[in-house]
Design a binder for this molecule. Structure first.
Ligand code: HDE
Length: 743
């Protein structure tokens, strides 16, 4: 058959024939365009000079009811390449195919070299005005509201890795202030691995997957990391935090944030104060337990990302208070003997209280992950008048690095023009041209001084809100590649951290060290790390050594006496339960009135109820207002819930639970209980979560081997009472008494 000749459709393999099922229905009539999304109905982007670009707003949004190519030309087909005959070769002249594939081929950009995996949200920062005496920053004046964008991240893993790995978390906030963009690029750990920016490539190479096989992904439990740590003990303090429960946060919403470095604040009078910055979550500082984190990595690798987005969508907006610790700006830049230029040291809150200066509320999810979360570009050098840097050598490295990496990642120097990075203050920067320039600049004289543009733009001194660096004195000294002597103490603060934890937290820390070192192959690395741990605490070292089956070395010096900082412990305080998730395990035979009442009361308390049943769909019969199931035994796991309730049959309800085949899961004493339900309960019990059983459900606890008189297990007949008690327990996050180390 000659090429180009039409073949009847019925003869072509793979094409529809008269026997083929009818194609799925697709709307074919052109409709009115969908209403634009909020961000699409914004006015057209402005140039960096603040002027409109000249294009219409529509030109920048995706609108119109017809599919077009990138040039706005309508298309009749987007499913078939242009061919010489139905079975013939594809033609080179298919410019639509070429454009579509070309764009697809270039959809990915390099991921961040660290902090590649992240999730973000928009919000607002409202200042209390309490920092006005120490800084002139306009966004910190009383009642000023500033739009913000916050991105949380893990450090080690690549973009597609999972959320609940043991790692440091990034906590970066872009404030679109009236004086220009201010970025607070912090972490959830108060100190850093290294004291000098020049070591950053080393620590990152050590913690990233091994260069030969690229394993393991997103974790520090491997030889190269511990090799580095054991040879480079300034990283010990950060590692203590990472091995503690701080390394596995429950959610981004329950994470503390730290600016880490010491900053120099300047007030209207030009007086300076040194300061450390903190984010304190309103929901409390909570973590996962290690087994929970590991299971979650498989069950829901997007756990933190989903939690953040769901909470915001449900209106449970996460909130943090920004706080500052302030220190006199003395020539030696130390406070109570602590070198403020050393980013491996904290100043305990008991020595310098954290004073709240404003409230961050995250209240909107991004509309497009790539455009916002991926393309946002933070930089520690994005500062506004009133906030200046210090001579912390780690900060110096960062001041160079961020713009540099973004040049590669975002493909040219104009990334400040991307919508998510664009300042909300007018920009007149005289930066011109370059890759991806989207501004249509006006004016003929982008240089200074000029007369052709009448000298415009003009310089702004302090009076006009210009950013004038603090004239901080610089010591006249010789050029050296050396650290100050105070940087040499690598063990006092790790010991302070260790002694500040509760016994349960210390036990978790011991298990984490034992797990991570247990994953290393080289004995020399384990032994060297044990020698470093001996300098922190003999019990810690001894326990980890036992776990590894190695002898425990002794410290080489007398251990310093330190005053613990109770603020470092996460155990013991009571927190709001708003936004927490409570699972309700039930089946067709459960007391549905109780299930409904529990659901309503949980929602009334601004918490999230998840009904978990043997299968999806609903439980209860048609006429009985069935209850919708959110998780089946196949999709649900206890790790998603902060507490679990089990609802048995109604009083006098007859045969409470059938067998597994009958869609139920508890047959009482002599019938099988679905192992998945048992797993959920035993897991939640082991993870010290509050548990509640209503009426006949207590039998399931017996089958699961959970003593009903154990701490944090509530059994009763009244749904309100059981829930009330469980929520009271939840306010402490976990039933800490259940961990063996508690006593
Ligand atoms: Fe970063 N860091 N960092 N870092 N960092 C980056 O910038 C760097 C450090 C932090 O959500 C990179 O745009 C150096 C401390 C966060 O987009 C890169 C040094 C702290 C994020 C970079 C440090 C951080 C980054 C990678 C040592 C806490 C994610 C992609 C001198 C106070 C921001 C990028 C986001 C990202 C360099 C140390 C926090 C390579 C050289 C200390 C939260 O520029």
């Amino acid at each position: 058959m000659a090429s180009g000749e039409d073949v009847p459709a019925a003869e072509i393999p793979g094409q529809p024939t008269s026997q083929s099922p009818p194609p799925l229905e697709e709307p074919t009539e052109p409709r009115e365009p969908l209403p634009p999304k909020p961000d699409q109905s914004q006015p057209a982007p402005q140039t960096p000079t603040g002027r409109p670009t000249g294009g219409s707003a529509e030109a920048f949004s995706q609108g119109g009811s017809y599919l077009t190519n990138a040039q706005g030309v309508r298309l009749p087909d987007s499913d078939h390449s242009l061919k010489a005959g139905r079975r013939g070769p594809v033609l080179l002249q298919d410019h639509h195919l070429r454009e579509k594939i070309m764009h697809f081929d270039h959809e990915r950009i390099p991921e961040r070299v660290v902090h590649a995996r992240g999730a973000a949200a928009h919000g607002v920062f409202k200042s209390y005005g309490t920092a006005e005496s120490v800084t002139k920053a306009a966004f910190l004046r009383k009642d000023v509201e500033t739009p913000v964008f916050t991105r949380f991240s893990t450090v080690i893993g690549s973009r597609g890795s999972s959320d609940t790995v043991r790692d440091t978390r990034g906590f970066a906030t872009k404030f679109y202030t009236s004086e220009g963009v201010y970025d607070l690029v912090g972490n959830n750990i108060a100190v850093f691995f290294i004291q000098d920016g020049i070591k950053f490539p080393d620590v990152v190479h050590a913690v990233k997957p091994h260069p030969d096989r690229e394993i393991p992904q997103a974790q520090s439990a491997h030889d190269t990391f511990w090799d580095f740590l054991s040879l480079h003990t300034e990283a010990m303090h950060h590692t203590m935090w990472a091995m503690s429960d701080r390394g596995i946060p429950l959610s981004y919403r329950t994470m503390e944030g730290f600016g880490v470095h010491t900053w120099r604040l300047v007030n209207e009078q030009g007086e300076t104060t040194l300061a450390k910055l903190h984010w304190k979550p309103k929901a409390g500082v909570h973590s996962l337990v290690w087994e929970e984190a590991q299971v979650t990595n498989g069950v829901d690798p997007d756990f933190h990302r989903r939690d953040l987005a769901d909470a915001i969508e449900a209106g449970a907006y996460p909130q943090w208070e920004l706080g500052i610790q302030t220190f006199p700006d003395t020539p030696d830049q130390t406070f109570e003997g602590i070198d403020l230029l050393d980013s491996t040291k904290i100043v305990p809150e008991e020595l310098a209280p954290v004073q709240p200066v404003g409230l961050l509320t995250l209240n909107a999810n991004p509309s497009n992950y790539f455009a916002e979360t991926e393309q946002v570009a933070f930089h520690v050098g994005h500062l506004v008048p009133g906030i200046d840097v210090t001579d912390d050598p780690l900060l110096a490295g960062r001041l160079f690095s961020y713009l540099d990496t973004q040049l590669t990642r975002l493909g040219g120097p104009n990334f400040a023009q991307l919508p998510i990075n664009r300042p909300h203050a007018p920009v007149n920067d005289m930066l011109r041209d370059g890759m991806h320039q989207t501004a249509v600049h006006r004016g003929g004289a982008p240089y200074k001084p000029n007369s052709l543009d009448a000298g415009c733009p003009f310089f702004a001194g302090s009076e006009e809100g210009g950013y004038v660096e603090v004239p901080a004195p610089v010591e006249a000294a010789e050029k050296v590649r050396q650290a100050p002597e105070s940087f040499a103490d690598h063990f006092t603060q790790p010991r302070l951290f260790w002694l500040s934890l509760s016994p349960v937290e210390r036990e978790h820390l011991i298990s984490a060290f034992t797990f991570e070192l247990g994953k290393c192959y080289e004995n020399a690395i384990k032994e060297r790390t044990l020698r470093a741990l001996a300098e922190v605490d003999p019990y810690l070292c001894g326990q980890v050594a036992d776990g590894l089956g190695l002898p425990a070395p002794e410290a080489t010096r007398e251990l310093p006496s330190v005053r613990p900082s109770p603020a470092l412990s996460q155990v013991g305080q009571k927190w709001p339960t708003k936004g927490r998730t409570i699972g309700i395990i039930a089946d067709d035979n459960s007391d549905l009135a109780a299930v409904r009442a529990l659901r309503e009361e949980i929602l009334d308390g601004d918490m999230i109820p998840l009904v978990i049943a043997p299968t999806g769909g609903t439980i209860g019969s048609e006429g009985d207002d069935p209850v919708t199931v959110q998780r089946s035994f196949a999709t649900g796991r206890s790790v998603e819930c902060d507490a679990l309730l089990v609802v048995g049959a109604p009083a006098q309800g007859g045969d409470a639970f059938g067998t597994r085949d009958a869609k139920a899961w508890n047959g009482g004493a002599d019938e099988a209980v679905d192992p998945r339900a048992l797993l959920m309960l035993t897991e939640a019990y082991r993870h010290a979560k509050p548990l509640g059983a209503l009426s006949t459900a207590r039998q399931v606890f017996d089958t699961a081997g959970i003593p009903v008189d154990a701490p944090g297990v509530v059994v009763g007949a009244d749904a309100g009472d059981v829930l009330g008690n469980v929520v009271e327990l939840l306010a402490y996050h976990r039933v800490w008494e259940r961990f063996p180390a508690y006593a």
